[in-house]
Design a protein around this ligand. Sequence first.
Ligand code: GTP
Ligand code: MG
Length: 453
Amino acid sequence: PTTESNALRTPIVAVLGHVDHGKTTLLDKIRGSAVSEGEAGAITQHIGATAVPLETVSQMAGSLVKPEDFDLPGLLFIDTPGHHSFSTLRSRGGALADIAIVVVDVNDGFQPQTIEALDILKRTGTPFVVAANKIDTTPGWNPNEGSPIQGTYEDQSDNARQRLDQNLYEIIGNLSDEGFSADLYWRVQNFQKNVGVVPLSAMTGEGIPDLLAVLMGLSQRYMKEEMAVDVAGPGAGTVLEVKEERGFGATVDVVLYDGSVREDDTIVVGGVNGPIVTEVRALLQPRPNAEIRTEKRFDKVEEVAAAAGIKIAAPDLDDAMAGAPIRVVRDRSVEAVIEDVESELAEIEVDTEEEGVVVKADTLGSLEAMANALREAEVPILRAEVGDVAPRDVAVASTAREDDHKVILGFNVDVLSNAEDELEKTGDVRLFEDDVIYQLVEEYEEFVAERKR
Ligand code: GTP
Ligand code: MG
């Protein structure tokens, strides 16, 4: 992205959907990589970001996306893990993503995380398209690598076509049950009123030209005003992940959704113990079409403009929180920016009580989602924090009055080895761990029920 004031910002596209429905594979096809193959059990553990330039988009989309028709620089794709909540993807005042793709396996249909994704999109008013994925698994399918959907559809037997149609209409019916009026994308006139369903295969690339054309058209037609931000102003972003990087210490992976960030800028980052004020030491940009999560080679750059995925190296980032806001200070007062970050953190803060359980989670968003799930289950919370399970969590949990509350619930976190020692020494604190929120809550509820017996 350039930093000319009249340049349009790259739209941020979140890819959501149930576990294994093909989110990462779809992005792999678009960016020409193989991230999914390298993942443990082919499960995405963290949110990632990939900048795909307009050139790549139009190469993939062939005649469906002509670069001269667009003045958007490309698309910034955000990959999410299907196994946990996407609430980390927030920005100032709402959703981080401008548009979303909800990936649904045509054979598997709607699943719990599909519905969770739709609920979030409904709440945040984010426009989206549905990628009806894995059409190549339709019995009798005759694949046509990379073809637009119309051509390959016509090339199928009546039988295969009918099977696919059946699955597609089921998805359209499910969308309508969730309150969305949807149709196959080529029948949709107004993408703001109706949800377009794009049949595709992340494996063979069939239908991907159509998906890209719909995304580009939607961004260009309906979001041009939102994209016309001042990309030269002081940057605003959301922390995706805090990571140790050789030679840099703790760094943060950030999605910059507004303005720009420069080398030597002072930044304010949401941390476990409040806002962290620090100075940028290095801006590390993944190459185009590279996933920030898995990229090993970064380009050191002087300035980055929104929207972009960027790794920021700076002192004192050890306590930075995934899901927290990050702001560039530049020509404003540090105090005002700190206040800004504080008030945003307060919005996400979890209500705690005098008595209850201890909750630890990997990101601010997942902590919030855990707190919501526990509130629904009427489980009080004594302490809720982002971070690994530490000895003092054990100490705090053991101060709970009721035995049912002498508990630590860890979502997607590690247990520090001295915390394990502490658990053994204390003896009366139970630790529950899981990477699926509702399972973690269920395990705890079963433990309480078991006790009552
Ligand atoms: P999580 O990150 O764990 O939520 O999963 P995901 O949605 O990213 O799914 P992923 O891309 O890892 O794909 C899951 C499995 O489905 C992999 O084995 C893929 O090879 C396979 N798969 C994805 N898309 C397609 C497709 O279009 N056709 C076929 N046949 N297989 C696919
Ligand atoms: Mg994935």
